[in-house]
Each structure stands twice: as structure tokens, then as C-alpha cells.
Write a protein that binds this ligand. Structure first.
Ligand code: PEP
Ligand code: MG
Length: 921
């Protein structure tokens, strides 16, 4: 052991109504350890927690910094803590007569369900087992515990933590599992529980021999060695493949490390007066304020989460189609249920949030094993926040901070059209573990899910049950369907955390994963690659692909209540990027307060664009100003019509209209018929037309003749658009409809371009006033900042511009020099190697691109203190980026219609966090 300061505290005890730590010490004790301390020691709780101790996350960091050694004082501290547990339990670790058994579990700051390792029943050996038999009076139980220990120890401590690569990928656990199955076959029994004490005794011997044979090590008989082996394995599992993968997906920093919780064992499998269960203080599936949970008689905790046996409901409310005939805990053990119910109420009141709890009843005595803030899907997160606010349990600020903005997407999740769904036959039914509808092709392994998804295919992962090894495939799938397990199984837990559509316990289908198909109870065979549709809110499975439709948010009262609070707190405006009246209406419904980006060119794509596109092409292919002006004149009508329609729906709220941006060659037709039509219209030969097209070719179109450069080369293009904007606004004004256009010049890099275009705007403005006989047309003139130089020259740009809108798509592209359209070729490698913390096109690269934005805002406002500043790149709908925009004083963010609620919530959270920071600093 390496040396460390003598007074450093590495071990925190809990139990017997006392605890060294508390809930606020999550960074040091991990989530599990901090909550165990709180439950055991807080004056309002003092719950029946089996005593134990937590080894801090600092030891994990130390372990990795010091070639897997421990601080020198650790051993003594563990021994002292262990002695305290012995005292409280009235048993001794390693005692032959009355042995104390311990569990060793991981516990990071943030819960990582099933990602790290656990070893149970530590302290058993050929001698202490006699004590356990005597004490429990159940030889079968004792040997079952022993064989589990040997198995877990060989797997977790010797093989995994020892870094051994199993031959042919078949690990020791699998070898032992197979042996267990063989023994069951030999004995003609189906369940593990049907094996006799003698069978299990023999298995213990065999498992030890298998350990020696395959792993070349002996199972340690000394309890202390077992304990320290377990502790080391938990630390090692922090850097296991599964844990690393999960951290990458969940953005958990590698430096955090895990704590280790060592706790006295209590047994839910000590006979039919014992059980174990998992429960939630509110229903995590829909948010209802009802105690909800499942339990298994004569089982260990792992059995509930693994989803191997169908768990029974704890109460009437928790019943589902699969468990409706099973006895509830409330009926089975009324007294203990009452105690548990009373505890769960106290826990929720204490933590002021929904708790996920694990309990065990050993021979009629209730123990609380764990409590933590329960994971919930978006729908329930919103309902719980709104309800708890109404109940007076939390204040408005807490309610707003409770919902992760990204979870709001789930409330907008598409669903099947109920009328269409009704006409489809349900081919299988399971438990609705993750809401929303999903459509995809069936795959049967996590690897296939990853591979298919990488080719752009939508997949549904179908498995008997999932394990932590499957997380990557689960993440890449549209939805998950399992045949085993309940609402608290691994699949349900993980899917709920991600807000993914998920159906579990669908026992009506039988999976043939080697042959890659499943069969429904009606005998229908669904093969790999076949399409299926899942309704995760109802638990129903359909063959084929059902069309998905959007949900009516206004029917969700909790959402409405929460968003009313949100609007009271946010200080930034939220606008939308929309180019059609339909999109604008959709965004307004989601709460947009204006249009932050109307991309003019989009009127030349999609429905009804044939005629304007033809005219635009005619304009592009024109050779002289005269020809171009005549084409523009024809085009004018269409541009004005579309702009007017959008201004009209916004009823006086600002609409930022960006002038034509893309390189012209993007609009050149490729098919022969269209080219011929154009040559006829222009009265030029095909070879002349082809020559003109060739002249438009550019090597780097993104850095070429686009944005303001078009308006500089062809001022008549700017003129036509500006005229369309002013006339549309003036006409609306005359019709009694308010309109407020903001003319935005794209891809600028300096003041002179802006002044050049402003002269055109001023001229057209005067002409329009005269032509339409109006006195004034309210409008603003501004620019996008999407070139690094523009950000640096913001002080002079602001002399001409009244507003800036940061085009962070291009700004990111040009700052990194990463082509935004080709990033897929290299970004995954960058992320894998951690050369970048994330995709900079998704969340603003705050330390690089963010600096440019800050400079732009500061310099711009130095020139014009009331300069209006917003963002209209895709980042405007990313919660982290929205918070960044708030922090640098932007006036608004703008994003696609479906991201508007996310941006609103993130903006409110930013305002609250800001206030809290000011208060405490
Ligand atoms: C941008 O560059 O951020 C932007 C909004 O413009 P576009 O995506 O149309 O280039
Ligand atoms: Mg751009």
C-alpha cells in the first residue's frame, strides 16, 4: 500500500440509527452511499437499513493514480468499520458459528444501472457455511448462497477485474451456468429452487474446480481476501467496457470514479416468509401519485431486476395483465406492507422527489436496501413536477428545474393514429415500459442493431431480456421489445432513462435468436428485417409499419401548467426557424414568439414550388441584366405572396427574412426535359445553356458565390426581395394586419457589404412608401454572423446593422474548417478518441466558437448598446447551447418548431440558475 495522510477519512459507516455521511455527500460517497447514510442516520428517517460502510470515490481515484494500490490507512479504516457492523448485527465476519456475510456494491455519483459489478454473500467458506446452515436452519439456502458467491467471485473478481479474456468469448459465468443447467437436466428439474442441498453442495465443489481449471486461480477461502477482492473488483469495473460505454452515452466524466458500498447481507431468499422488491413512490411510467412496485417471494434483489421470474404487484394499483392473478404484498404481508408504505411516504416527503426504493423482507423483517431519485420518462417528469408544485411540495423554480429539457421531446412523441391502429391486429401484447410509437425492422442482437443502424436502418431490438452489455444496441434502436421481465427490468429502466419506446414481458412471442425470427402465439413468424410497429404506451405490437402522427399537447394539463411557469421565468425570447405559414402556425402552437429565420430559398423546394423554381432558374440562367430583371419581375409575385402569408400569421411579431443564401448552381436542373424547357423559354440553344451552367461551377460552393455575394454581384436580386418584403408588409398594414419584417443579410464578413446592401434597401423603402401611399413601414435591418471575421469585426458591422443573428451552423463550419455536410466521415472517430467532447454542430463548442460569439456580442453592443442579438443556427434548439446564449446576454434564440418547447424550458432554467448563482456568489 502506498502512503497517505494519516487523518484522511476514506471509510464512512452507517447503521443503527447513525451515519458518518449524508445525502449531500454524493461526490464523495456516490449516490447509493450518500442515500444509505441519509436513510440510516437522518433524524427524520432512521430507517431499518442493514449496517455497512462506504469506501469513498477518492479511493477510486487514488487506485487509478497509483497503479491500483490503496491508501495506506485504508485497511485499518475498513477493519474498524467492519467491527462496528459486527457489533450492530451481533455476528462476526468469518465466524464459524454465527458468520456475518457482506455484500460489495458499486455506487457512482450518478446511477449507472447494472453497469458495474456486485459481489454478494462474501464471508462464506467451507467452515462458515456450517454457521449459516445452523442459523438459517436451511441447508439448501446456505449452499445456494455459497454457489452464488463462488460464481460471482470467479466471474467478477477473478475473470473480469483480472482482465482475463475468456477463450472463444465464453466466460466463466457461462461455463458455470451451463453446468447448472446440466445438473438440472440430470435431476429432471426445471427451476434452480428445485435442486437439493446436496446438488448445490456438489455444485460449489465443481464451481471451485472450474475456477481453478479455467482461470488458474483458487477461490479464496479467507473472508478478508474475499472482501478485498470484491472491493478491488468494483473499482476495476469502473473501467470495464460496459461502464465506459454507458458513461460515453450519458456524458458521465471518467474522473468521477465510483464508491464501494460494503453492507451486511440480508436475505430475501430465506424461505417463503422472505421476499425482495423494487418500488417507486409514484408511477414512473405515467407520473400518477400512486405507490407502485413489484416483488418476488423467496428471491434475491438481482432476480427482480434481471427479469427472469415475473414479479408480483405490491398492491392492487401495480397490477398489470401479466401479474393480475398474483398475490399482492399488501395481502401477503399486510403488516410489512403497511410499514413499507409509511416509509415510502416519509422518504418522498423528505427528499421532495419521487424515490426508487429497493427493499428486502427477511423472515418477516423489513429492510431498506436503497433509495434514490427515480428515473422517469418525459411524460411523468412533467406530470410529477406540475403535481408536486400544486401539492406545495416544491416551489416553481424547483418544478422548472426538475424536467430535463430534452425529455420534453417525449411529450411530442409521435403516436399511431388511433383510427388506423384500431384496424390493425395486435400480434402480441406486453408491458408498456416506455411510451410513444415506434416503427422499425426486427433485429435480435445488440451487435446487429448497431450495425443496421449505422447503415441508416431503423431497427427494433427484440430480446428475451437485455443486459448491460446491450446498451449500445438499445441506444441505436427505435424501440426495445423483450419477452421477459417487468416494469423494473433492465430494459425498462434503461429505456425509461432515455425516453425510448419499450415493451417488456411480452411472453406471448417465442424468440429463436439463432435462426433470427420470432413466432407469435397465433403462429405468425416474424423474421429479421421484417417491419413491426410498437405502441409503447399500450404495450401492443403490430406487423408492418403503421403511420405515426403528432400528439395534441394542449390536452396535457400538466404540460400546460409547467409551461405557464416557464414563461414567467424565462427572460430570453424564443422564436422559430420556419419558412411556411404551416410551420409558423405549428411553432406558434409550441410557443414561438416570432420567426428568427425565414429562409427565402425554401419556397423553391417542395409542394407548389414548380412555377417559382422555374422562374428562379430562368433568372439564374439569364445572361444580361435585362433578361435577369424580366425573370425577377415574374418571380416577385411568388416571393411577395409567400412572405406576406408568413408575416400575416405572425400578426406583428417579428419575422426575420433572410435574403437568398445558397450558391446559385444548387438550383440548376439536371434532367434533360427541364433543361430543354428552359432553353426554349430563354430562346437559347442547349449548348449555350450548358456553357452558362458550366460557368456557375465552383470548387468550394460553401465558400463561394453565395449569401450577400449574390446581392453584390446582382443587386437586382436583393432589390426584388426587399421590394417583396416591403410591399407585403405595407399591404398588410393597409389591410389592418400588423407586420414586422426584419431584413437579414447572410454570409457577410464586413461593414461595407452591409452598407452596399443597405443603400438598395433604403432606395426600395422610399419607392414603396410612395407606390403604396403609406407613411412608414416598421422594419429592421440586420445581418447574420456566420463567418469568424464578421464576429471579430462586429463593432463596425453594428454601425450599419440593427440586429445580429448568429448563424452557428456556418460559424461552426468555418471556425473548425469542418464541412458541415461531410462531418460523418470523421466525427465518430474524433468522438471515440475523445478529441472532441461532442458534436459541435449539435451543441455549441463554447470554448472555441462560443468565444467568437461572445466577442461578436460584446463588440457589437459596444457600438450599439441596444443591438438586438439572437441565434438561428440549429444550436438554438439545444438546451446547453440555449443556456450559453442566455449567459452571454442574447435577446432570443430561434429553432425548428419542434424544439421550441425545449428552448423555452432551457431558457427558464438558465434564468433561474443565473439568479441562484447571483444570490450565492
Ligand atoms: C447557419 O449557418 O447557422 C444558418 C442558420 O444558416 P444555414 O443553415 O441556412 O446556412
Ligand atoms: Mg448559414
Amino acid at each position: 500500500m502506498a502512503t497517505t495522510a494519516k487523518n484522511e477519512k476514506y471509510v464512512y459507516s452507517f447503521g443503527g440509527g447513525k451515519a458518518d455521511g449524508n445525502e449531500s455527500m454524493k461526490n464523495l460517497l456516490g449516490g447509493k452511499g450518500a442515500n444509505l447514510a441519509e436513510m440510516a442516520g437522518h433524524k427524520d428517517l432512521k430507517l431499518p437499513v442493514p449496517p455497512g460502510f462506504t469506501i469513498t470515490t477518492e479511493v477510486c481515484t487514488y487506485f487509478y493514480d497509483n497503479k491500483r494500490q490503496y491508501p495506506s490507512t485504508l485497511e485499518k479504516q475498513i477493519k474498524d468499520a467492519l467491527a462496528q457492523v459486527e457489533k450492530l448485527m451481533g455476528k462476526k465476519f468469518g465466524d464459524v458459528k454465527n458468520p456475518l456475510l457482506m455484500s460489495v456494491r458499486s455506487g457512482a455519483r450518478k446511477s449507472m444501472p447494472g453497469m458495474m459489478d456486485t459481489v454478494l454473500n462474501i464471508g462464506l467458506n467451507d467452515e462458515t457455511i456450517q454457521g449459516l446452515i445452523a442459523e438459517s436452519g436451511d441447508e439448501r439456502f446456505a449452499y445456494d448462497a455459497y454457489r452464488r458467491l463462488v460464481m460471482m467471485y470467479a466471474d467478477v473478481v477473478i475473470e473480469k477485474a483480472g482482465g482475463m479474456e475468456p477463450a472463444k468469448g465464453i466466460g466463466i459465468r457461462k461455463i458455470m451456468d451451463e453446468r447448472l443447467e446440466e445438473v438440472k437436466k440430470e435431476k429432471g428439474v426445471e427451476l434452480d429452487t428445485d435442486l437439493s442441498a446436496d446438488d448445490l453442495k456438489k455444485l460449489v465443489k465443481e464451481f471451485k474446480a472450474l475456477t481453478k481449471k479455467h482461470l488458474k486461480q483458487d477461490f479464496p477461502e479467507t473472508p478478508w481476501d474475499q472482501l478485498m477482492g470484491g472491493v478491488g473488483a468494483v473499482f476495476a469495473s469502473w473501467n470495464g467496457k460496459r461502464a465506459i460505454e454507458y458513461r460515453r452515452i450519458e456524458n458521465i466524466p471518467d474522473e468521477w470514479g465510483t464508491a464501494v458500498n460494503v453492507q451486511a447481507m440480508v436475505f430475501g431468499n430465506m424461505g417463503n416468509d422472505s421476499c425482495t422488491g423494487v418500488a417507486f413512490t409514484r408511477n414512473p411510467g405515467n407520473g400518477e401519485n400512486k405507490f407502485y412496485g413489484e416483488y418476488l417471494v423467496n428471491a434475491q434483489g438481482e432476480d427482480v431486476v434481471a427479469g427472469i421470474r415475473t414479479p408480483a404487484p405490491i398492491n392492487q394499483y401495480s397490477k398489470n395483465d401479466h401479474s393480475k392473478n398474483l398475490t399482492t404484498l399488501e395481502k401477503f404481508m399486510p403488516e410489512q406492507y403497511k410499514e413499507l408504505d409509511e416509509i415510502q411516504q416519509r422518504l418522498e416527503k423528505h427528499y421532495k422527489d419521487m424515490q426508487d426504493i429497493e427493499f428486502t423482507i427477511e423472515k418477516g423483517k423489513l429492510y431498506m436496501l436503497q433509495c434514490r431519485v427515480g428515473k422517469r420518462n418525459g411524460v411523468s417528469a412533467v406530470k410529477m413536477a406540475a403535481d408536486m408544485y400544486k401539492e406545495g411540495m416544491i416551489d416553481a423554480e424547483t418544478a422548472i428545474l426538475r424536467v430535463n429539457p430534452n425529455q420534453l421531446v417525449e411529450l411530442l412523441l409521435p403516436m399511431f393514429d388511433p383510427d388506423i391502429e384500431k384496424t390493425h391486429k395486435v400480434i402480441a401484447k406486453g408491458l408498456p415500459a416506455g411510451p410513444g410509437g415506434a416503427v422499425g425492422r426486427v433485429v435480435f442482437s445488440s451487435e446487429d442493431a448497431v450495425e443496421w443502424a449505422s447503415k441508416g436502418k431503423k431497427v427494433i431490438l427484440v430480446r428475451e431480456e437485455t443486459s448491460p452489455e446491450d446498451v449500445d444496441g438499445m441506444h441505436k434502436s427505435e424501440a426495445i421489445l423483450t419477452t421477459k421481465g417487468g416494469m423494473t427490468s433492465h430494459a425498462a429502466l434503461v429505456a425509461r432513462g432515455w425516453g425510448k419506446c419499450c415493451i417488456v414481458g411480452c411472453s406471448e412471442i417465442s424468440i429463436h435468436d439463432k435462426e433470427k425470427y420470432f413466432v407469435t402465439k397465433d403462429g405468425k413468424k416474424i423474421k429479421e428485417g421484417d417491419w413491426v410497429s410498437l405502441n409503447g404506451s399500450k404495450g401492443t405490437v403490430y406487423e408492418g409499419s403503421l403511420p405515426l402522427i403528432d400528439v395534441d399537447l394542449n390536452k396535457n394539463q400538466s404540460y400546460k401548467q409547467l409551461m405557464t411557469l416557464v414563461d414567467k421565468y424565462k427572460t430570453m425570447g424564443v422564436r422559430t426557424n420556419a419558412d411556411t405559414p404551416k410551420d409558423v402556425e405549428q411553432a406558434t402552437y409550441f410557443g414561438a414568439e416570432g420567426v428568427g429565420l425565414f429562409r427565402t430559398e425554401h419556397m423553391f423546394y417542395g409542394e407548389g414550388s414548380d412555377k417559382p423554381l422555374f422562374l428562379l432558374r430562368k433568372m439564374i440562367m439569364s445572361d444580361t441584366e435585362q433578361e435577369r430583371k424580366s425573370a425577377l419581375n415574374e418571380l416577385f409575385t411568388f416571393v411577395k405572396r409567400d412572405i406576406k402569408a408568413t408575416l400575416e400569421v405572425m400578426k406583428g411579431n417579428p419575422v426575420t427574412i433572410r435574403l437568398l443564401d445558397p450558391p446559385l448552381h444548387e438550383f440548376v436542373p439536371h434532367d434533360k426535359a427541364k433543361l430543354q424547357e428552359l432553353s426554349k423559354e430563354l430562346g437559347v440553344s442547349m449548348s449555350i445553356l450548358n456553357r452558362r451552367i458550366l460557368a456557375l461551377h465552383e470548387n468550394n460552393p460553401m465558400l463561394g458565390h453565395r449569401g450577400v455575394r449574390l446581392g453584390v454581384s446582382y443587386p437586382e436580386i436583393t432589390e426584388m426581395q426587399v421590394r417583396a418584403i416591403f410591399e407585403a408588409a405595407a399591404e398588410l398594414q393597409k389591410e389592418g394586419v400588423k407586420a414586422f419584417p426584419e431584413i437579414m443579410i447572410p454570409v457577410t464578413c464586413g461593414r461595407h457589404e452591409l452598407s452596399h446592401q443597405k443603400a438598395i434597401v433604403d432606395k426600395v423603402y422610399d419607392e414603396t412608401l410612395e407606390k403604396l401611399g403609406v407613411k412608414k413601414i416598421p422594419y429592421m435591418y440586420g445581418t447574420m454572423i456566420e463567418i469568424p471575421r464578421a464576429a471579430l469585426k462586429a463593432d463596425s458591422m453594428a454601425m450599419v446593422a440593427d440586429f445580429f443573428s448568429f448563424g452557428t451552423n456556418d460559424l461552426t463550419q468555418m471556425s473548425f474548417g469542418f464541412s458541415r455536410d461531410d462531418i460523418g466521415g470523421f466525427l465518430p472517430k474524433y468522438l471515440d478518441l475523445k478529441l472532441l467532447p461532442g458534436d459541435p454542430f449539435v451543441s455549441i463548442d463554447q470554448s472555441g466558437v462560443g468565444e467568437l460569439i461572445k466577442i461578436g456580442v460584446e463588440r457589437g453592443r459596444k457600438t450599439k448598446p441596444n443591438l438586438k442579438v439572437g441565434i438561428c443556427g440549429e444550436h438554438g434548439g439545444d438546451a446547453e447551447s440555449v443556456k450559453f446564449c442566455h449567459s452571454i446576454g442574447m435577446n432570443y434564440v430561434s429553432c425548428s418548431p419542434f424544439r421550441v418547447p425545449i428552448a423555452r424550458l432551457a431558457a427558464a432554467q438558465a434564468a433561474i440558475e443565473d439568479k441562484k448563482y447571483v444570490k450565492t456568489s
